[in-house]
Design a protein around this ligand. Structure first.
Ligand SMILES: Cc1cc2nc3c(=O)[nH]c(=O)nc-3n(C[C@H](O)[C@H](O)[C@H](O)COP(=O)(O)OP(=O)(O)OC[C@H]3O[C@@H](n4cnc5c(N)ncnc54)[C@H](O)[C@@H]3O)c2cc1C
Ligand SMILES: Cc1cc2nc3c(=O)[nH]c(=O)nc-3n(C[C@H](O)[C@H](O)[C@H](O)COP(=O)(O)O)c2cc1C
Length: 643
């Protein structure tokens, strides 16, 4: 293993601030990856969520890179909103940022009408405030092969070159070679005997991994499978009892931080047997001399775990390190540092080289190869303890789940009751969760980390959760008397069910239409009894369609049109539900699109576009219709939550 060259003169600090806005961790990962690339170029990058920087100090930062995802309905992620609010202040002068060079990268999904809006808004505002763009802004798309990564890595490389031109290295100092190790910033060591716990007993932790800012403790009171045991798809209804009555509204999400299963933790320790002796003894984090020498305290990257607290390696592997994740490109470069076999090292470096992106995807994304399997393949890699707490190692990200219940409950208000004007607090909450289990192209079984973690929790298990309201725009229409039409296949029905019950108690006379689809009517028509009951009382209008039910045929082999159609929700939009979709368009109604990301949202948008075309009597082109649909987003009439 080669290390960075300590004999080189220490260059003057060349700080770069990297600010990210991230809801589910993608921008955070990319910002960290850029940080590592810049560190190789001997810059001192500070990677922070936007809210962690006091926005009033932005002019003091001379070079700032923004990596911003779009969340909600074209909004900035919650961890960027405080910063963003400051940036929008009217009293900021046009030259406020004239001394700051900036650039930005957006992460978005082109299946949303508000594609990459957050990054666009940030860029426009920075320019308004006089910031100079040091490099062209770019936008990554989840829908691209390889996701946002493919463009990002190209963009980041050009950015590094550009920054090296702007801030050349001092004479005699070179960019760190690809095979050199970036010095670690934190070390993980057996807890010292002069610590408060003296001597620290085996297995003891003083760090509480379950505590997160704004979290509350809930108790799982129900974990009920709602699809038949014989059906391949396991979907659960979870009921959580909250420690205190809480007001939550439709569109709120519950964030759950999953844990790795014991089998995965044991597998890691088997693959890295030299680390097994540390599994159950107390460890602590300490800053390295490199960190102290190179980073002034205000620019120091945050450690994974608060220094001064004890935890065991098993704790770290269970609660923090994402050992079943699909590794990113930078992880291969990191592994190469510790590969004792030159052939393994070469292969790992090849995967980390953007020129071999196809090879990387063939190895990771396409077969969904996990970090553990990668360690199994590259068994010449021997990770030192310190390596586990440096920012190359992926960390477990919390997952979000839409609240599927309403504090009003799922009982109709008594006859003659006045519509409620306020949402009550409730100590119960429900989630509808699809348990992710699938086979890869190589027929290897895979399970989703969080959904399976939840599925494994029996009733009465405490669960640490964070309940969040949509950061800016409300999920409930601004004008609650407007009609709504929700297209919500699969578990996408979860937030819509909450909205339906909310409306039944607050605005019972407004029109609500639901278009629901899934695979089989008999096994995955979620909440069917209550939805059919509401439809039978004309309290909602309900359309359903199932894609894997047998096609209804007459004895002569022709379609039996008296029976329910088979197909996807798009078929209903352009067929049986056409009139309601059209009415919702012309009557100023709000559209909801919830459920899985990928092909569904695009197909639905196209189908709604065709309704616009048809409604225009044939005089409207598809492009014009698309503009109408995109315009719905701008007017708050298209609410999309797809995951
Ligand atoms: C705002 C929001 C609301 C959400 N609400 C809900 C909800 O109400 N109910 C719900 O169930 N989920 C919901 N989700 C999704 C949820 O957050 C998790 O993403 C989901 O449960 C999977 O997490 P996991 O940890 O189990 O799987 P992970 O370990 O994260 O693995 C999931 C990944 O596995 C891959 N994958 C899954 N299936 C296949 C397959 N068949 N073939 C190939 N690859 C596959 C995909 O890449 C997917 O991204 C919501 C997400 C968001 C952002
Ligand atoms: C609830 C939700 C809302 C989203 N809204 C938008 C949007 O309005 N426009 C867009 O381009 N992408 C949108 N996306 C896609 C994300 O921006 C994209 O997946 C991004 O890579 C996530 O980055 P993050 O993990 O850093 O939050 C949304 C994703 C989710 C889950």
């Amino acid at each position: 293993m080669s290390t960075s060259t300590p004999s080189q003169p220490q260059p003057q600090p060349r700080p770069i601030t990297i600010l990210y806005g991230s809801e589910t961790g993608t921008s955070e990962d990319l910002a960290n990856e850029l940080g590592r690339m810049l560190e190789r170029c001997r810059f001192q990058p500070t990677v922070l969520p936007m809210n962690a920087l006091d926005a009033s100090t932005l002019p003091e930062h001379k070079t700032v890179v923004f990596v911003v995802s779009t969340a909600g309905q074209g909004d900035l992620p919650a961890n960027a909103l405080v910063f963003w609010k400051y940036l929008l202040r009217k009293n900021l002068l046009k030259d406020w940022l004239s001394g700051t060079k900036v650039t930005s990268f957006g992460c978005g999904d082109s299946s949303y009408v508000n594609y990459n809006w957050a990054a666009k808004k940030v860029r426009a505002r920075l320019r308004q405030l006089g910031a100079q763009e040091l490099m062209v802004h770019a936008e990554g798309d989840d829908q691209d092969d390889g996701g946002v990564d493919s463009l990002f890595i190209e963009w980041a490389k050009v950015l590094c070159d550009k920054l090296l031109q702007l801030f050349p290295l001092p004479p005699g100092v070179e960019v760190m070679p690809e095979d050199a190790t970036i010095p670690p910033k934190w070390t993980l060591q057996p807890a010292s005997t002069d610590s408060t716990l003296h001597p620290a007993p085996a297995g003891v932790s003083t760090f509480d991994f379950s505590l997160r800012p704004n979290s509350i403790t809930a108790t799982i009171t129900k974990n009920e499978r709602v699809t038949p045991e014989t059906h391949f798809q396991d979907v659960r209804l979870f009921e959580l009892s909250l420690s205190k009555p809480t007001v939550y509204t439709p569109g709120d999400t519950v964030s759950v931080l999953p844990r790795n299963p014991t089998t995965a933790v044991d597998a890691f320790l088997t693959l890295q047997p030299h680390l097994a002796p540390y599994a159950d003894s107390p460890l602590e984090l300490k800053p390295t001399p490199y960190l102290i020498a190179n980073y002034p305290p205000e620019l120091r990257p945050l450690p994974l775990v608060e220094p001064g607290k004890f935890f065991t390696l098993r704790d770290l592997l269970t609660n923090i390190l994402d050992i079943t994740a699909i590794p990113r490109r930078s992880f291969f470069q990191f592994l190469a540092d510790y590969a004792e076999d030159p052939m393994h090292k070469d292969r790992l470096l090849q995967f980390s080289n953007p020129q071999y992106t196809e090879d990387l995807w063939n190895y990771t994304l396409r077969p969904r190869r996990t970090l553990l399997e990668t360690l199994e393949d590259f068994n010449a890699v021997k990770l030192p303890l310190d390596a586990l707490v440096n920012p190359y190692f992926p960390v477990i990200k919390p997952r979000l789940f839409s609240v599927s219940s309403s504090p009003f409950g799922n009982e109709l208000p008594p006859p003659g009751a006045k519509p409620a004007t306020e949402t009550p607090a409730s100590d119960k909450l429900e989630l509808l969760v699809a348990i992710v289990k699938y086979k890869t192209k190589l027929s290897r079984p895979r399970i989703g980390l969080c959904s399976n973690y939840l599925a494994s929790l029996p009733p009465n298990t405490p669960l640490n959760i964070v309940i969040s309201h949509p950061a800016t725009q409300s999920f409930i229409p601004k004008d609650p008397t407007l009609p709504i039409l929700a297209i919500a296949p699969g578990t996408g029905v979860a937030p819509i069910r909450a909205l339906i019950w909310h409306r039944l108690h607050t605005n019972p006379s407004t029109k609500t239409t639901l278009i629901f689809g899934n695979r089989n009517r008999s096994s995955d028509f979620f909440f069917h009894s209550e939805l059919e009951m509401l439809a039978s009382k004309s309290l909602i209008k309900l359309y359903t369609i199932f894609s894997r039910d047998p096609k209804p045929l007459l004895p002569d082999g022709t379609a039996d049109t008296t029976k329910p159609e088979v197909g996807y929700v798009q078929k209903l939009i352009s067929g049986k539900a056409w009139r309601d979709v059209y009415d919702n368009l012309v009557n100023g109604g709000v559209f909801y699109l919830c459920g899985s990301s990928g092909a569904m949202p695009k197909g639905v948008r196209e189908a709604v576009g065709k309704v616009v075309m048809g409604g225009g009597g044939g005089g409207i082109s598809y492009e014009q219709a698309e503009k109408v649909v995109n315009g719905l987003g701008k007017g708050g009439r298209w609410v999309q939550e797809t995951w």
